[in-house]
Design a protein around this ligand. Structure first.
Ligand code: ADP
Length: 529
């Protein structure tokens, strides 16, 4: 309850409530006539006393009919007080030359307010740290930023962040704030395995008084030398990985009170995750670089090998042809048969090498394009493939909508794309059936689709079959031969023409459809009326 007191205009007490006894100031019956200031501050003679100054002004204000209020920390009572003085007014609203003073003890409220404000400040700084950490690009920058900002929250004398090497056996300082520039504790300082073991077993913050430690380690001796008397080390753990440690040393063990440890702990968890992420990012970048180099090496090797193979193959084909034409004398039927086999297989080999070389070359070569209506080319290709299809027990159908528009393309590459799709459609239809080639136009694109009733493609593979060297199922595809190069080539060609290619299949054993969409082009000038 508050202290309520009626005083005369000069501050002499008329009556007071029992709170005066509860606060241990005086007995209710003894207070009459005493000065109110003296009641609250017995024996205080200080001319600077805040209470005396306030009361004097407040009495003056009261004489003019105005109230006064003050909230202050009372150094004598060691409490926060709210003091309110109001003039008393009689029934006729005249001043009665007395005032009521109400004094409230607001210490708890004030403490809560101060705590709340400190908490808000702490949150703001921690938020700043996390923002700064997020925009830092390296572990070193993250550590530096955290130590810088933390100075505003914790009165530390020395602070450092040390990182564990990948095997966890070595711990070396990444960033440090230390008052002596000559200290051995500086970036790169490595901790002895003994210290490391001690740190790793200490998962929760544990304040160590340097004066109490019997055998100081070198690092601890150095902390002492630069003025620290106590320190705390927190392990930085991210997703179960020991990243390193975060240490704060203070001049006094009192500076490592719980509130500061809470902050240190919070910052440590931010640090651990951020540092781990930059480490993972670095590792990923490194792996990516290696991968890129490996892919480049692979492409170069393919290019070189294909080139090297082309020359002897051309010679083999040349001599085969020469012998077939009688250049080595009359041939027996058996010899003719053998040469035919050599010829078929070397043609096939050449075709494969050409596809590989084309795929590599398409990256760099400029492709020449002409406008044409794909109908004629499609008819020709289907006619040429009919015999091959029939031998495989497949009926080849062509359905082209009337009046197909022009496309702008390289006829040879267009041809190669269709040949690849038809070749696959026939190859992957071991049970025969129908292969249908359709073409139509819609919405500014010309579509060409090749559908078969063959082995189909499982859903998980649909996105990968256009990748270089990808084959749906190793053993299955080996049964059908091939190198996983045809569709990659198709995709590259279609992309060069500004189009798209995709595959769809209702599932394994249910056939597949490959569709190409190419942008409609303007007809050539001599075709325009
Ligand atoms: P490959 O030389 O192996 O035929 P492709 O790049 O042409 O190489 O095809 C890649 C893979 O896609 C094939 O190995 C096969 O698994 C699958 N595939 C391609 N076309 C078809 C199709 N019409 N039906 C089923 N699977 C196909």
């Amino acid at each position: 309850p508050e202290l309520v007191c009626l005083v005369e205009s000069q501050g002499n007490v008329i009556r007071v409530n029992r709170t005066v006894e509860a606060w241990g100031l005086a007995q209710v019956l003894d207070v009459r006539g005493r000065d109110f200031h003296d009641l609250l501050h017995p024996g205080c003679t200080s001319p600077d006393c805040y209470l005396r100054t306030f009361l004097q002004t407040a009495y003056g204000e009261a004489l003019r009919g105005r109230p006064s209020v003050l909230e202050a920390r009372d150094p004598l009572l060691q409490r926060y007080l709210s003091i309110c003085i109001r003039p008393v007014v009689d029934l006729h609203k005249d001043l009665a030359s007395t005032s009521v003073i109400v004094v409230q003890d607001i210490t708890e409220r004030k403490q809560a307010e101060v705590a709340l404000q400190r908490y808000a400040e702490r949150l703001a700084v921690i938020n700043e740290i996390s923002q700064a950490i997020l925009s830092a690009r390296s572990s070193r920058e993250i550590a530096q930023v955290a130590l810088d900002h933390l100075k505003r929250l914790i009165p530390y004398q020395l602070g450092f962040i040390a990182l564990a090497e990948q095997n966890g056996a070595v711990l070396s300082i990444l960033s440090i704030m230390v008052p002596h520039p000559t200290s051995v504790l500086r970036p790169g300082y490595t901790f002895s395995p003994r210290v490391l073991r001690g740190i790793r077993s200490n998962q929760s913050p544990n304040v160590i008084r340097l004066t109490d430690v019997p055998g100081l380690s070198e690092a601890e001796r150095e902390m002492m030398r630069v003025g620290a008397r106590a320190y705390v080390t927190i392990s930085l753990m991210a997703e179960g990985t020991f990243v390193g440690v975060f240490t704060l040393g203070t001049k006094d063990v009192k500076d490592l009170q719980q509130e500061y440890l809470d902050i240190a702990y919070e910052v440590a968890s931010l640090l651990a995750v951020a540092i781990r992420h930059t480490q993972l990012y670095e590792e990923l970048r490194h792996t990516n670089k290696e991968l890129e180099a490996a892919l480049r090496a692979r492409d170069e090797m393919i290019q070189n090998v294909s080139h090297e193979l082309c020359t002897p193959l051309t010679i083999i084909r040349g001599y085969t042809e020469l012998m077939q034409e009688g250049g080595a004398g009359e041939l027996t039927a058996a010899q003719k048969g053998m040469l035919a086999t050599i010829s078929t297989h070397s043609d096939r080999l050449l075709h494969m090498l050409n596809r590989l070389l084309t795929l590599q070359r398409l990256d760099s070569d400029v492709v020449e394009k002409v406008p044409f209506v794909p109908a004629a080319i499609l008819r020709r290709i289907v006619r040429a493939w009919r015999a091959t299809a029939e031998r495989a027990g497949i009926e080849l159908r062509l359905k082209i909508s009337d009046e197909l528009p022009y496309i702008l393309a390289n006829p040879d590459l267009f041809d190669q794309t269709m040949v690849n799709l038809l070749d696959n459609a026939i190859k992957f239809s071991p049970g025969g059936g129908t292969v249908t080639v359709r073409s139509w136009a819609n919405n500014g694109s010309v579509f060409i689709a090749v559908s078969d009733q063959g082995i189909g493609i499982p859903a998980h593979a649909l996105n990968h079959i256009f990748d270089r060297f990808y084959q749906v199922d190793g053993s299955m595809s080996r049964r059908f031969g091939g190198m996983g190069i045809g569709l990659a080539l198709c995709k590259k060609i279609v992309q060069i023409h500004g189009g798209r290619i995709w595959a769809s299949s209702p599932g394994e054993g249910k056939g597949s459809t490959f569709t190409i969409a190419l942008p409609v082009a303007a007809p050539p000038e001599d075709d325009v009326e």
